[in-house]
Design a protein around this ligand. Sequence first.
Ligand code: CU
Length: 123
Amino acid sequence: MKKFTISVLAASAIASLALVQLATAHVDRPTAATATTVQVKGGEFFFKLSTKSAARPGKVTFVFKNTGHVLHDFSIHGKKTPLIQPGKTAKLVVSFTKIGKYGYLCTVPGHAQAGMKGTFTVR
Ligand SMILES: [Cu+2]
């Protein structure tokens, strides 16, 4: 948790400012209100996200569950999970410092073309 807080502070001046304000308002859980968690389910050959956007730039935790029958991963914005066994879950924390559209995909050859891809929007 210490590492997480430090990297959030380093992410950008704007993020740091927001965090300081939140820390003042919610001393017990300073990062709770800025955290976006997205549940990701992936299988042959699709991804289903609990939400396809974040309300603002910042950290997003993708919780990827492989609901398929072969190995898959989840990759976005230059980061990716390891290859995940069927039924298993992996977390991927990604910093989005800018508003924009970010493509995600499974990097196993052929899987993105078969449907394991999409776009995540940071507003
Ligand atoms: Cu895949």
